[in-house]
Design a protein around this ligand. Structure first.
Ligand code: SF4
Ligand code: SF4
Length: 363
């Protein structure tokens, strides 16, 4: 395993981190906790969760695993996040996280899911950021970081006047130009830089033909290639992979073990190969599950990914065979744009709905 310094904190964390949002059976605490122990034994020492993953169960799994992890005698770190919008809620979230994860202090506590500069400003005005710092002063958290889905330029601007010890942001071979400036700013400030969604929500791994250009040689699997691309940037501290089972942990660890940094020419060739459309793909993160009329926006956007990938307009077939959905679900859309406001990829969702409708009408 490769370990990298998390900014100025003095902590060294594994180049692949454990994302606690994709447990296969979150109700089975013993089985899920075993995955954390397996990961630590394989060298992964950064475990990331959040207050709402599986409605708090992910943090409880971390709590369930803790005594076994301690028994290994190895160093490990717990990271969690709060999306609280006021001081009191920060306090409530932190108290719940400490209790659920069975720790006295959270190693890395994140201001979670900052979507826009206005969102950050509103939280700051409500005293949320001060409360995070107070939590640290009281010893309830060791480090305060931020997790954000803003664009690269917005992140860069934020870091010009706000101090955090690290940042967690979505960045992968399909969307990196969108966040490049933010990552660069974090690295220049010597912050920890943790990457979420390094496999593009499965898009890269599940579409090997479309993304074959990220492989530098025949031996690389798609997981290897996606992770090697990230690790070639020395400023990236860790790539968080949401694990569902032990096999995925083994694959990610093997990818780190076979890592050889890309040469400058290889990195450049890869960057040149990125087509504009790849920057605007749905990562199936699910943050758009806010629709007041319950339209499963993510399923429509995931289906639209395939239009971008291979040009074939098979949205209706994909909706039908994968999720038993019909295009006329969109008739219920009121155009309120709540989904667009929270989309982590800032996708033009309504515009894509219209293209889907137009294409269906043309058939
Ligand atoms: S714009 Fe349509 S799909 Fe999006 S949240 Fe509003 S009603 Fe739902
Ligand atoms: S549409 Fe946006 S918010 Fe919804 S799942 Fe896709 S990337 Fe995430």
């Amino acid at each position: 395993m490769i370990y990298r310094e998390y900014g100025k904190t003095g902590k060294k964390i594994s180049a692949v981190g454990f994302g606690g949002m994709r447990f296969e059976r979150p109700d089975d605490f013993d089985r899920s906790a075993e995955m954390l122990v397996h990961a630590l034994n394989k060298g992964i020492n950064y475990f990331d969760t959040a207050t709402f993953y599986f409605k708090g169960k992910s943090e409880e799994i971390f709590g369930h695993a803790r005594s076994e992890l301690v028994r290994t005698g190895k160093n490990f770190y717990y990271s969690t996040k709060s999306m609280a919008k006021d001081r009191e809620s920060v306090r409530i979230d932190v108290e719940h996280s400490l209790k659920r994860m069975k720790v006295d202090s959270i190693d890395f506590l994140h201001v979670w899911c900052v979507l826009t500069p206005e969102d950050f400003a509103a939280r700051k005005a409500a005293g949320v950021i001060d409360e995070f710092r107070k939590v640290k002063e009281e010893g309830l958290a060791k480090h305060i970081s931020i997790s954000t889905h803003m664009s690269g330029n917005e992140i860069r601007d934020l870091f010009e006047h706000e101090e955090f010890e690290g940042v967690t942001l979505g960045y992968c071979a399909t969307n990196f130009p969108f966040r490049e400036a933010g990552l660069k700013a974090a690295i220049e400030k010597n912050m920890g830089a943790v990457i979420m969604n390094p496999l593009g929500g499965g898009t890269i791994v599940n579409n090997p033909e479309a993304f074959s250009f990220i492989r530098m040689n025949e031996e690389q699997s798609m997981v290897d290639a996606a992770l090697h691309f990230l690790l070639s940037n020395k400023g990236i501290t860790s790539a968080l992979v949401g694990f569902s089972n032990k096999q995925q942990i083994d694959e990610a660890v093997a990818a780190v073990e076979s890592f050889k940094p890309y040469t400058a020419a290889e990195s450049e060739r890869l960057k040149q190969s990125i087509q504009d459309d790849f920057q605007s793909m749905c990562t199936t993160c699910g943050y758009c599950n806010v629709c007041p009329v319950n339209i499963p926006v993510w399923a429509f956007m995931e289906s639209f990914n395939h239009v971008l990938l291979d040009g074939s307009f098979k949205v209706a077939e994909r909706l039908k065979w994968h999720w038993a959905l019909k295009i006329n679900e969109l008739d219920r859309c009121t155009g309120c744009r709540q989904c667009e406001e929270v989309c982590t990829q800032h996708l033009p969702i309504l515009q894509r709905f219209e293209l889907i409708r137009q294409n269906a009408r043309g058939k």
